[in-house]
Design a protein around this ligand. Structure first.
Ligand code: C2O
Ligand code: CU
Ligand code: CU
Length: 465
């Protein structure tokens, strides 16, 4: 039998902000996936209750969840469906709901992040998923400006899958990665000002709310993993020991390939759909390898607790010898358009910067902090634009645009059109994207997906008409 950490010393120390770390945990409990709620006959009506009090790392905690779990239920819909969510706020602060990555209306009771749901109140969202919506893995989380990092770090995340069974595999798994820090009594730890500047990283790194869960498979099996980086600020440079990852796509933006990758970088907000073909039997660790996302610069502040120094264990695959012959990897032709061959109507440059202001450090885009009453980018519906995202700061900022997915043209990913809804813009570097503002009109936001940066003002308003 494999040693489990449940009730062991490692897990307890995982709660201690000053003591040991979750790295001490050995192979954990069997992987549990969040409950799945699927649409039927073109609709999914679901009630999501946001409240404190969930199990994390095998213990009762005061962290937050939806319907009593963190992550909340996986919502599974199909193209053409209508998704209705009745959001009930049982927190003591305002919250709301964002369907990250969905190409749906951002207005009215759609994916409208300007809505605020007060404590004790209920709001009914309705999302119409287009017939030609990309298929893959999306997610949901709160989006009340100033509260996003706190609530996501607290556990308010869930997976959203569009058209589940499009690829034949032995197993299809949702792996929602989150991080948080809890004290010995399971309460959320206060986050310091430097942590809010850097972007908070938790001492507990969880997969589906578990520390280093164990998943079992037979060698030769092909599994599809839907990995979601639901951390507030932690970057995940995902590797599976002894295996390559077969990438189907980022951010649910249409599936192609698969393309072999030794590792995949998921900035906060990113998802990957990957196939894993298990090789020989044994224990294989899924880990987040070290990644340096920069710092505050000029030694002004400490880097703080950061996952960038050590490799962080996420899960362990326990592979047994096969009884049947291995499954062949499916091959999918790309169905993604390539905007590099299309004319561009408008070019813009957006500059992300950090600076010292009177009130402390400021986080700006084009010199401005977020103002919900200002429109920063006015776009004509139906046009294709090229945006250069310039990063003038010593820290990485993952750029995320709501509603309209984009193609990354720099850095180039070769032949395959690199579609995303979130792309990392490295410290002192840039990314160039092309966006087709098609089909859906409305006013929404783009921002840094290090959620503390967003809460600190690194967000702008875009309106397409
Ligand atoms: Cu994942 Cu504006 O959000
Ligand atoms: Cu989003
Ligand atoms: Cu940022």
């Amino acid at each position: 039998m494999v040693a489990t950490a449940a009730g062991g010393v490692g897990l307890w120390r995982g709660y201690d902000a000053n003591g040991g770390s979750v790295l001490d945990a050995r192979v954990g409990p069997d992987l549990v996936e969040p409950p799945t709620i699927s649409s039927r006959e073109g609709r999914l009506d679901v009630r999501l209750e946001a409240a404190a009090g969930v199990n994390l790392a095998g213990r009762r905690t005061a962290a937050y969840g939806y319907n009593g779990t963190s992550p909340g239920p996986t919502l599974q819909v199909r193209r053409g469906d209508v998704l209705r969510v009745e959001l009930v706020n049982r927190l003591d602060v305002a919250t709301n709901l964002h369907t990250h990555g969905l190409h749906v209306s951002p207005e009215g009771n759609g994916d409208n992040i300007f809505v605020k749901v007060a404590p004790g109140e209920t709001f009914r969202y309705e999302y119409r998923i287009p017939d030609d919506h990309p298929v893959g893995t999306f997610w949901y989380h709160p989006h009340v400006h100033g509260q996003v990092a706190e609530q996501v770090f607290g556990g308010l995340v869930g997976a959203l899958v569009v058209d589940g069974s499009d690829v034949e595999v032995d197993r299809d798994r949702v792996l929602v990665v989150t991080d948080t820090t809890l004290d010995a009594n399971g309460r959320l730890k206060e986050v310091s000002t430097p942590e809010r500047m850097m972007g908070r990283e938790g001492l507990l790194v969880l997969v589906n709310g578990q520390v280093r869960p164990r998943l079992t498979a037979a060698s030769g099996d092909v599994e599809r993993w839907r990995i979601i980086n639901g951390c507030s600020a932690r970057f995940l440079n995902v590797q599976l020991d002894g295996h390559v990852l077969h990438l189907l796509g980022y951010d649910g933006q249409g599936l192609a390939g698969p393309v072999e990758r030794p590792e995949l970088l998921l900035a906060p907000g990113n998802r990957v759909d990957v196939l894993v073909q298990f090789a020989e039997s044994g224990e294989h660790l899924l880990r987040a390898a070290p990644y340096d996302r920069g710092g505050m610069g000029s030694g002004m502040m400490m880097r703080g607790e950061s996952g960038s120094v050590d490799s962080v264990p996420l899960a362990t695959a326990v592979v047994t010898a096969a009884e049947s012959s291995p499954r062949a990897l499916p091959v999918l032709g790309s169905r993604l358009p390539d905007l590099r061959r299309e004319p561009v109507e408008v070019r813009r440059t957006l500059t992300f910067a950090m600076g010292m202001g009177l009130g402390g450090m400021s986080f700006t885009i084009d010199g401005k902090e977020f103002d919900p009453n200002r429109v920063d980018q006015r776009v004509r519906l139906g046009t294709t634009e090229e945006w250069t995202i310039q990063n003038a700061s010593p820290m990485d900022h993952p750029f995320h645009l709501h509603v309209w997915p984009f193609q990354v043209v720099e850095p180039s990913a070769g032949d395959i059109p690199n579609w995303r809804d979130t792309v990392n813009v490295p410290a002192r570097g840039r990314a160039i994207i092309r966006v087709r503002f098609a089909d859906i009109a409305g006013r929404t936001v783009y921002h840094c997906h290090v959620l503390d940066h967003e809460d600190n003002g690194m967000m702008g308003v875009v309106e397409a008409r």
